[in-house]
Design a protein around this ligand. Structure first.
Ligand SMILES: [Zn+2]
Length: 119
């Protein structure tokens, strides 16, 4: 229970920071500078997220170094967090396995004219 309370406190502080004019101005600046999602290369929409590359929570409000941030589309952002997981290097295994699944799909569908469809 203590962990949960502390965790919620951290989340509340993050939410508060993201509502600050400092963050809103920084986010706008970064969006104008980057323009496209770092993963898909598509223009950033209203649901795009400015992702913190530094996962040290004590550095959450430190926006001194722009290279510690990257804009991602909503789906790319969720995928990055999913791949990163608990930060215990599982992302390499997940990415490798994901690549294998997609590679197999590509092979199986190589001669299928319907391959570009999402079915
Ligand atoms: Zn993020």
């Amino acid at each position: 229970m203590k962990f949960k309370r502390t965790h919620n406190k951290v989340q509340a502080a993050k939410t508060k920071f993201r509502r600050s004019s400092k963050w809103i101005k920084f986010r706008k600046h970064m969006k104008e500078k980057q323009r496209v999602c770092a993963v898909t290369g598509k223009p950033l929409g209203p649901t795009a997220n400015l992702h913190h590359l530094c996962m040290d929570e004590t550095q959450y409000e430190n926006i001194e170094d722009e290279t510690h941030f990257v804009f991602l589309s909503k789906t790319a952002h969720e995928t990055v967090h999913w791949l990163w997981g608990k930060g215990n290097n599982d992302w390499r295994l997940r990415l490798k396995n994901l690549w294998r699944v997609l590679y197999r799909m590509e092979k199986i569908n190589a001669n299928n004219p319907e391959k570009s469809k999402n079915t």
